[in-house]
Design a protein. Structure first.
Length: 80
């Protein structure tokens, strides 16, 4: 259950972040990920920014995501 897993963000910080950094030889300038739990964008982004604080991290929020419901439809955070 990645929504309630306190290690969700950390998992991406120690896996996907370094993978992207190494595969791009440190040349990555932007990282864009879909919303969902936020673990991918925050963990990967944290790692990439720790390597180069100029890396731009963007969370795309697709229609129908939990963030969409919270922001657009004003669904309380505890209910998404």
């Amino acid at each position: 259950d990645q929504y309630n897993n306190p290690y969700n963000t950390e998992a991406y910080e120690v896996t996907l972040g370094p993978e992207i950094w190494h595969q791009t030889s440190g040349e990555v300038t932007h990282f864009i990920a879909g919303g969902s739990t936020g673990g991918t964008v925050s963990g990967t982004g944290r790692y990439l920014k720790s390597q180069n604080d100029k890396v731009r991290v963007v969370m795309a929020d697709p229609h129908g995501s939990v963030f969409w419901d919270h922001i657009v439809n004003e669904v309380p955070a505890d209910d998404v």
